[in-house]
Design a binder for this molecule. Structure first.
Ligand SMILES: Cc1cc2nc3c(=O)[nH]c(=O)nc-3n(C[C@H](O)[C@H](O)[C@H](O)COP(=O)(O)OP(=O)(O)OC[C@H]3O[C@@H](n4cnc5c(N)ncnc54)[C@H](O)[C@@H]3O)c2cc1C
Length: 445
């Protein structure tokens, strides 16, 4: 039976779900979104500001793709969800009925009630309209402050730096992103930020923001009383699920929309995926109940599409993976490398002489089973790292086959030998580096 599946949100989660439902079924699919008419890559927003890409280049699919694949797009804001009558009301008073509803409404930037947080020139960075606002807010300014040392914070700093705007970067913690990165990686990135001339201020918190007579920001005051004159303040202190419009819907929420392992809410035929979904129970070892991560949103979308098109399928998060870029340094993490070693864990850290590349392996102290790796400035093959984690290979197996994990041979080749030698010297071991094997890489045998 053909059903009408309506998806609120055209981000990575909603669009992945729509594409996979179409692959597997003939259901009618409508995607509603209020931000942009078409799906674009949110993680590429910074490159538009920096002049590396145009908005049109951030759209992964041509505009004709949607009609061709019978995915109806509706540009509008959903104000109310009536789950009794299976009906959505939109801001322009249109109504849309559904048989099944998928909520993929993403996140919103946090603001913590600072005095002056609503002044002109003060903003977060999440959406395309935020980017347009930032364009306007940073015209002809001579100094900016960015508050909050996470992934979006460092992107905003890099964006401003690309336009030669001096930036003070206020980070509450004592090291850059040190609630996620172990100390050596945090130091490496902190150094890299400072080498770009950024005024990185660690252990520094925002107290208030001051405005001028036109309601425009003119300075910030830190908790220790320092005043920094500026004409722009970026607030990048995290995000929260975008769910206010569900207030009267009867859909159970806490911080996010509560779901079980099938991404089902408390209301039949209503589901939630991506940044706005909150699992009632952690979906896997060490996994957070809300994960505001691109890759996770895509996996939620894929899993739910299975349920909606043929077979009820639980979300299986697989091995943890994430990636980002800190100025010129690429970061990848596979499995678990915690900021502090856990009981029964051991690690091995290698950094090259330039201080811009590092690999940090974590493994079990007793049986040496590989638990995770952080890579900075070196790109590893996703499928290989994922496979070795799943197969519970030892750290010595990983080191022996390091050439198979190497994604950029011309870039990385020269370090493998010294990495293995360092491991052997520190661990009294005899690991021998094996030749690269295409059979292993592509699992041909
Ligand atoms: C600048 C930036 C950089 C990032 N970099 C990384 C990175 O390097 N790695 C990483 O893993 N993650 C990164 N992220 C996070 C990642 O982009 C998000 O986790 C992901 O985009 C969330 O996807 P989503 O589909 O769940 O929601 P979203 O992409 O937020 O999409 C939700 C959509 O729903 C719309 N919507 C919401 N409510 C309504 C309503 N009531 N009516 C109509 N439409 C509605 C919203 O306007 C929005 O367009 C970054 C985020 C930002 C902002």
């Amino acid at each position: 039976m053909q059903e009408h599946i309506v998806i609120i949100g055209n981000g990575i989660s909603g669009i992945t779900c729509a594409r996979h439902i179409r692959k597997n079924s003939d259901h009618r699919i409508t995607v509603i979104s209020a931000e942009t008419k078409h799906f674009f890559s949110r993680t590429a927003l910074m490159y538009i500001y920096m002049g590396h890409m145009r908005y049109v280049d951030t759209k992964p699919y041509e505009d004709f793709f949607w009609e061709k694949n019978r995915i109806e797009l509706f540009y509008g804001f959903v104000e109310n969800v009536d789950t009794d009558n299976k009906k959505l009301s939109l801001k322009n008073s249109a109504e849309i009925s559904y048989d099944k509803l998928v909520i993929a409404s993403g996140s919103k930037s946090n603001k913590f009630g600072w005095s002056g947080q609503d002044l002109k020139g003060v903003q977060g960075l999440y959406s395309y309209p935020d980017l347009e606002l930032m364009e306007e807010n940073t015209k002809d300014i001579s100094r900016a402050v960015v508050v909050g040392g996470g992934l979006i914070g460092i992107e905003m700093v890099e964006m401003l730096h690309s336009r030669n705007i001096p930036v003070s970067f206020l980070v509450r913690e004592s090291g850059f992103w040190n609630n996620v990165l172990p100390p050596l990686e945090s130091e490496l990135i902190g150094r890299h930020i400072r080498e770009h001339g950024i005024d990185l201020q660690l252990s520094t918190e925002l107290e208030s923001i001051e405005g001028d007579e036109n309601g425009k920001v003119k300075a910030i005051i830190t908790k220790s009383g320092e005043k920094i004159e500026c004409q722009f303040v970026g607030l990048t202190v995290g995000v929260h699920p975008n769910i206010e419009f569900l207030k009267n819907s009867g859909i159970e929420t806490e911080k996010g929309i509560l779901v079980n392992e099938y991404l089902e809410t408390n209301i039949e035929d209503v589901y939630a995926i991506g940044d706005c979904a909150q699992f009632k129970e952690s979906p896997g070892y060490n996994r957070r109940n809300i994960e505001q991560v691109w890759y996770t949103g895509r996996m939620h979308g894929e899993a739910l599409a299975q349920t909606l098109s043929h077979k009820r399928t639980a979300y299986a998060p697989g091995n943890w993976f994430n990636s980002a870029k800190f100025f010129d340094i690429e970061y990848q993490t596979y499995g678990w490398v915690m900021p502090k070693l856990q009981d029964n864990e051991q690690d091995f850290y290698w950094e090259d002489l330039s201080g811009k590349k590092a690999l940090h392996f974590v493994f079990d102290k007793t049986d040496k089973v590989f638990k995770g790796i952080n890579a900075l400035g070196i790109r590893l093959r996703h499928e290989i790292m994922d496979r070795w984690l799943t197969e519970k290979r030892t750290v010595e197996y990983v080191l022996e086959h390091l050439k198979d994990a190497n994604f950029d041979p011309e870039f990385y080749k020269k370090h493998e030998k010294e990495i293995v030698e360092k491991y052997n010297a520190e661990n009294n071991a005899y690991v021998k580096l094996k030749k690269k094997s295409l059979m292993n890489i592509f699992k041909l045998n």
